[in-house]
Design a protein around this ligand. Structure first.
Ligand code: NAD
Ligand code: WQD
Length: 334
C-alpha cells in the first residue's frame, strides 16, 4: 500500500497527518475546497518533509470533479478528514452541515466504489457518544443517543452509513477514529490550527486572546462538579493523533473497526489556562461567565483498545502542546 488520498488534507488534523504519512514513506494526494484552510499549507508540508503532496482544489459536493481525481490516480486508501466542524454554526445551519458532511461522504464513497478503492479511515468524534452514564467513553458504548447538535449527528450518521456500505461490500475495510479534543501544533511551528472566521474551540480562542484579536477568554462556567469547577476534556496533541492514522493503515481489515484516539487523562479549562500561561510566561486574560448550552461537565477516552490492538500510545503532554502552540503563534504573528 503506497498511495493515499487525504480529503481535508490542508486542514488542521489532515495537514499534520499528511506530514506523518509522507515521513512514513507514503505518497499522498490532497483534496480540499479550502473552505477552512489555506493552500500555503502545501508549501509548509513540503518544507517539513521535503515532498510536495499533489493538491486538488475540489469540493466533495462536486462529484464530477471528484470522479476526475479518482480517474487520474490509483489510490490504495482514503483518509477522510473533510467536513465542517463548528458546533454552534451547525445549530444555525443544520442543512448546510448535513449536506456538506453527509452528501460529501456519500460522494466520496461512490467514487471509491466506482474505482474499487476499499480502504477508508474516517475522522469521527467523541461527540457520537452523546450522553452516557460514565464520563469515560469506551468503544462498546451505544452511540447516537443525546447528541446535542447537528454537527455531532453528522458524525453519527456517517458512521452508520459507512457500516451499511461495508455490509454491502465484503471487500471494504474501514476504521472509524473517534477523536477527543485535538490541540497543539507541529513542533516546526509551520503547521497549526488556523480556522477561517470566528473560532469556537477553546485553544483557537486562547490563541486569539494571546495575539490580541480577542480581548479575553470567556470561561463557560466554574460551578461544574469537578475539582476546580470547570469542565474537563481529553486534550490530545495533534501530532500524536496524526501518528495514530499512520498506524491504522497497517491495521485495516475486512469490516469496520472503531477506535478512540485520546490520552485517557482529562484536563480542566483552568488547567489548560495555567499550562498556557506557564508556556508563554504571560498572563492570559479571562473571565468566568455562565455555562455554555450543551456542554457536559467532563468526558475522556478509554484508550485501551487503541493502546493494545494498534500499539498506539500518546507520547506528548499538555505542556508539549502549549509549547508547540506558542511556537506556532510566534512564528506566524503576521
Ligand atoms: P479543519 O476545518 O481544519 O479541516 C477540515 C478540512 O476540510 C478543511 O480544510 C476544509 O476546507 C475541508 N472541507 C470541508 N468541507 C469540504 C468539502 N465539502 N470538500 C472538500 N473539503 C472540505 O478541521 P480539523 O480540525 O482538521 O478536523 C478534521 C476532521 O476531524 C473533521 O471531519 C472534523 O469534524 C473531525 N474532528 C475534529 C475535531 C477537532 O476538535 N478539531 C474533533 C473531532 C473530530
Ligand atoms: C472545550 C472546553 C468549554 C471555549 C467540541 C465538539 C466535539 C469535538 C471537539 C469535533 C469546554 C470550554 C470553550 C471558550 C470555554 N469536535 N470553553 N470557553 O465542546 O469539548 O468539543 O470540539 O468533533 O465534537 O463538541 O470543545 O474546545 O469547544 O471546549 O470555557 O471560549 O472549553 O466549555 O469545557 P468541546 P471546545
Amino acid at each position: 500500500m503506497n498511495k493515499i488520498l487525504a480529503t481535508g488534507g490542508t486542514g488542521y488534523i489532515g495537514s499534520h497527518t499528511v506530514v506523518e504519512l509522507i515521513k512514513a514513506g507514503y505518497e499522498v494526494d490532497i483534496v480540499d475546497n479550502l473552505f477552512n484552510s489555506k493552500s500555503t499549507v502545501i508549501d509548509k508540508i513540503e518544507e517539513i518533509t521535503g515532498k510536495k503532496p499533489n493538491f486538488y482544489k475540489v469540493d466533495l459536493l462536486d462529484s464530477e470533479e471528484l470522479e476526475k481525481v479518482f480517474n487520474q490516480n490509483e489510490y490504495d486508501a482514503v483518509l477522510h478528514f473533510a467536513g465542517l466542524k463548528a458546533v454552534g454554526e451547525s445549530v444555525e445551519k443544520p442543512l448546510l452541515y448535513f449536506h456538506n458532511n453527509i452528501t460529501g461522504t456519500i460522494n466520496l464513497l461512490k467514487a471509491m466504489q466506482n474505482h474499487h478503492v476499499d480502504k477508508l479511515i474516517f475522522s469521527s468524534s467523541a461527540t457520537v457518544y452523546g450522553v452516557q452514564d460514565s464520563p469515560e467513553y469506551i468503544e462498546t458504548m451505544q452511540t447516537g443517543v443525546g447528541i446535542s447538535n447537528p454537527y455531532g449527528r453528522t458524525k453519527y450518521f456517517i458512521e452508520e452509513i459507512i457500516k451499511d456500505y461495508a455490509t454491502s461490500n465484503p471487500d471494504f475495510e474501514a476504521i472509524l477514529l473517534r477523536y477527543f479534543n485535538p490541540v497543539g501544533a507541529h513542533p516546526s511551528g509551520l503547521l497549526g490550527e488556523d480556522p477561517n472566521g470566528i473560532p469556537n474551540n477553546l485553544m483557537p480562542i486562547i490563541m486569539r486572546v494571546w495575539d490580541g484579536r480577542i480581548d479575553q477568554l470567556s470561561v463557560y462556567g466554574n460551578d461544574y462538579p469537578t475539582a476546580d469547577g470547570t469542565c474537563r476534556r481529553d486534550y490530545i496533541h495533534v501530532v500524536d493523533l496524526a501518528k495514530g492514522h499512520v498506524i491504522c493503515l497497517n491495521h485495516l481489515k475486512k469490516g469496520v473497526e472503531v477506535y478512540n484516539l485520546g490520552t485517557g487523562e482529562p484536563s480542566s479549562v483552568m488547567e489548560i489556562i495555567n499550562a498556557f500561561e506557564k508556556a508563554s510566561n504571560e498572563k492570559l486574560p479571562y473571565k468566568i461567565i455562565e455555562r455554555r448550552a450543551g456542554d457536559l461537565p467532563e468526558f475522556w477516552a478509554d484508550a485501551h483498545k487503541a493502546n493494545s490492538e494498534l500499539g498506539w500510545h500518546t507520547e506528548l503532554t499538555i505542556d508539549d502542546a502549549m509549547r508547540d502552540t506558542i511556537n506556532y503563534l510566534k512564528k506566524n504573528k503576521d
